[in-house]
Ligand binder design. Structure first.
Ligand code: NAP
Length: 289
């Protein structure tokens, strides 16, 4: 058996066409385009690539794009001031802050300063908290991309064994809450699960497996339960190739559905960012919630 490939690019293209229409309508109605400010600190080649891809996708759907590079030695106070300026700028619809941050910058404190109505990455306490309450107002782009891919399989999540590997605020935790909302039975694995040698046992039970760690080959292909839905979020570069966390060649023989890396979660994550910008634009103008 060979798995059906979950093509994130194809789903993103379809969604992009809908977003483009919505953006055109909003421009007509309110007279100005949505604008995304993408903030990064210092020089990180992976972030630069991600930002270039955001710019391309934003251009494609008609969202204005503003790249904001801050110097690596910028102080916490200065970042807060610049974020406040973007919060106050009525032309800026949404802002996203890229990680990792330099050591002198406190991530939680910066996120507390982002206006939740402009937080298009869903990481402020308000937006992250909404997910706990079973509502996705503006949710994590990556977590929403994962859910779109799972829904694209048509698999009913009710009572399914869902296993997540990785418990970050950006991916693992919100995906866990979203799966729970669909009444999946959720297990979250992390570094300590692996340290105790239990990772394989959990993964082998998974009917839906989401892996977001960033360690190539962490999930062995023969751990995959036959027929499982496998969503590989990991992105690493090995010998010039981009790879995920799952041993793809073996996993594809056992899974029912699987995301490729690249071409799975990544392109859809960028499109979810655009969808969040459109949502933010509407919330700001209609107080619709
Ligand atoms: P992160 O914040 O570093 O989180 C990684 C998680 O994996 C942590 O919960 C960590 O646990 C856990 N972990 C580390 N080693 C492990 C092991 N050996 N076994 C089990 N769990 C382990 O990273 P992230 O932001 O969630 O991103 C994860 C990966 O997804 C990265 O490769 C990133 O580049 C990629 N990513 C892709 C997209 C996309 O659009 N495709 C978007 C975002 C991220 P501890 O914290 O306890 O160590």
């Amino acid at each position: 058996m060979s798995a059906k490939i979950l093509d994130g690019r194809e789903i993103a293209l379809k969604l992009g066409a809908q977003i483009k229409k919505k953006v055109a309508q909003l421009k007509k109605q309110y007279g100005e385009p949505p604008r995304l400010a993408s903030i990064f600190i210092g020089e990180n080649p992976a972030t630069k690539l991600y930002i270039a891809s955001q710019q391309k996708v934003a251009d494609g759907v008609g969202i204005e794009f503003q790249s904001c590079q801050f110097p690596n030695d910028i102080s916490q106070k200065e970042v807060v001031e610049r974020v406040d300026r973007l919060n106050r700028d009525s032309q800026v619809t949404g802002l996203i802050l890229h990680f990792p941050l330099p050591d002198q910058i406190n991530r939680s404190e910066i996120l507390r300063h982002v206006n939740p109505l402009k937080d298009v990455d869903g990481l402020t306490p308000e937006n992250a908290g909404q997910i706990l309450l079973g509502r996705v107002r503006i949710g994590s782009c990556t977590a929403q991309a994962v859910m779109e891919l799972i829904h694209a399989t048509g698999v009913d999540l009710r009572g399914k064994e869902a296993v997540i590997v990785g418990h970050s605020e950006l991916v693992g935790k919100p995906v866990g809450l979203m799966l729970l909302e669909h009444l999946a039975t959720v297990t979250t694995c992390h570094i300590a699960t692996n340290e105790r040698g239990y990772l394989a046992d959990h993964v082998k039970r998974a009917e839906v497996l989401v892996v977001a760690v960033g360690k190539p080959g962490l999930i062995q292909g023969d751990w995959i339960r036959p027929g499982a839905v496998v969503i590989d979020v990991g992105i690493s570069r090995v010998n010039g190739r981009v790879v995920g966390d799952v041993e793809y060649e073996k996993a594809v023989q056992r899974a029912g559905y699987i995301t490729p890396v690249p071409g799975g979660v990544g392109p859809l994550t960028v499109m979810m960012l655009m969808r969040n910008v459109v949502k933010a634009y509407k919330f700001q103008r209609t107080a619709e919630d």
